[in-house]
Design a protein around this ligand. Structure first.
Ligand code: PRP
Length: 172
């Protein structure tokens, strides 16, 4: 396992993202929609840096039930509904194929006529096969490395690491 981003690099980047989000929203209310389970740690750090009126809600979506290949997307629980004056910011740990975000933004549009912006700590472009625009990206990944830590897992493990690491071939 090799470290890709240290805890302090992540903290600096989260602060930069929060500053950009604040500047773009200009005091307008926000519904922050965290996608479980991967975004939990990023969400907790990000919202504590945002000086905006906000609510956060959590939605559990899962497609990588085992290992590394996406399967059918499962949605657990109700889709949180924005108040009329709220803008929606979806928070993800990683956007990979883009399938999860394409499905969630389509659900928000269909149920509530609501568009959403996307904030992802990692924007991994190598396997993207859906048209998904990441409005606020922490770090861009241009390799096909499998990353874990800071909420990201491999088969349920490593989410608690305070940094982001690459798993080597023999560890997969
Ligand atoms: C991961 C990640 C994103 C999704 C991104 O979730 O948290 O939600 O995959 O992949 P995509 O862009 O190819 O759709 P996962 O299904 O592993 O669930 P988890 O958050 O519970 O780990």
């Amino acid at each position: 396992m090799r470290t890709l981003y240290t805890a302090s690099q992540i903290a600096s980047r989260v602060a930069e993202l929060a500053a950009r989000i604040e500047a773009d929203h200009n005091g307008k209310p926000l519904l922050v929609l965290g996608v479980l389970k991967g975004s939990l740690i990023f969400l907790a750090d990000l919202v504590r840096q945002l000086r905006l009126p906000l609510r956060y809600e959590l939605i559990a979506l899962s497609s990588y039930r085992k290992k590394t290949d996406p399967g059918e997307l499962l949605v657990y629980g109700e889709l949180p509904e924005p108040e009329p004056d709220e803008e929606v910011l979806i928070v993800e740990d990683i956007v990979d194929t883009g399938g999860t975000m394409a499905r969630l933004t389509e659900l928000l549009e269909r149920h509530y006529g609501q568009s959403a912006k996307i904030c992802a700590l990692l924007d991994k472009r190598t396997r993207r096969n859906h048209h998904t625009v990441v409005d606020y990206a922490g770090f861009r990944l241009d390799s096909d490395d499998f990353v874990v830590g800071y909420g990201l897992d491999y088969d349920g493990h490593y989410r608690n690491l305070p940094y982001i690491s690459v798993l080597e071939e023999e560890e997969l």
